[in-house]
Design a protein around this ligand. Structure first.
Ligand SMILES: [Zn+2]
Length: 169
């Protein structure tokens, strides 16, 4: 799927640029400028893997199964927001797992999901959840910061943190 997206971008760019001559400042028709706007209007996003540095290209966001909405369009900007919020979280060892978004690390999963790993400081056991989004990470941050949450949001935060209801909190 990702390879197809890259191929489509390559073909469109080729068509756009092959019809263009270098833009002359005295070009009375502005043909060059028109061709250029065709190329930049493409909604493509480049994902740079923070682990291996590989670049993966996505068109119009990333089709990703999401725990809350079943399926959603992920944008690279949202992943960046998730990273920033994760950095703000204190009191628990938590990390993003972005591997599925990288063509190299994730092996080209058709619908990549964002994961989080929460590590138990005492037992060292890891609790991993897939299909998380920026709202989930905000919930975890707010829960750990002692903010009052609605029941369903609190339940979701506990679930993501791997805390079973009924056991000690
Ligand atoms: Zn990678």
């Amino acid at each position: 799927m990702q390879y197809l997206a890259i191929l489509i971008v390559a073909v469109i760019l080729f068509i756009a640029y092959s019809g263009c001559r270098p833009i002359s400042p005295r070009n009375p028709l502005g043909i060059g400028a028109m061709c250029y706007s065709v190329a930049v209007d493409l909604d493509r996003e480049e994902y740079v893997c923070p682990v291996c540095g590989e670049k993966s290209l996505y068109l119009l966001g990333i089709d990703s199964p999401d725990a809350a909405t079943e399926t959603k369009r992920f944008s690279i900007a949202e992943i960046e927001s998730c990273r920033m919020i994760i950095d703000e979280i204190e009191g628990v060892q938590i990390a993003l797992d972005e591997s599925q978004f990288c063509l190299k690390c994730g092996g080209g999963v058709e619908k990549p999901q964002l994961g989080i790993i929460v590590k138990d400081g005492q037992t060292g056991k890891e609790h991993r959840s897939w299909g998380v989004n920026v709202e989930d990470i905000v919930l975890i941050r707010d829960y750990l910061a002692g903010k009052e949450l609605e029941d369903n949001n609190r339940k979701r935060a506990l679930e993501l943190l791997g805390i079973t209801l009924g056991s000690k909190e």
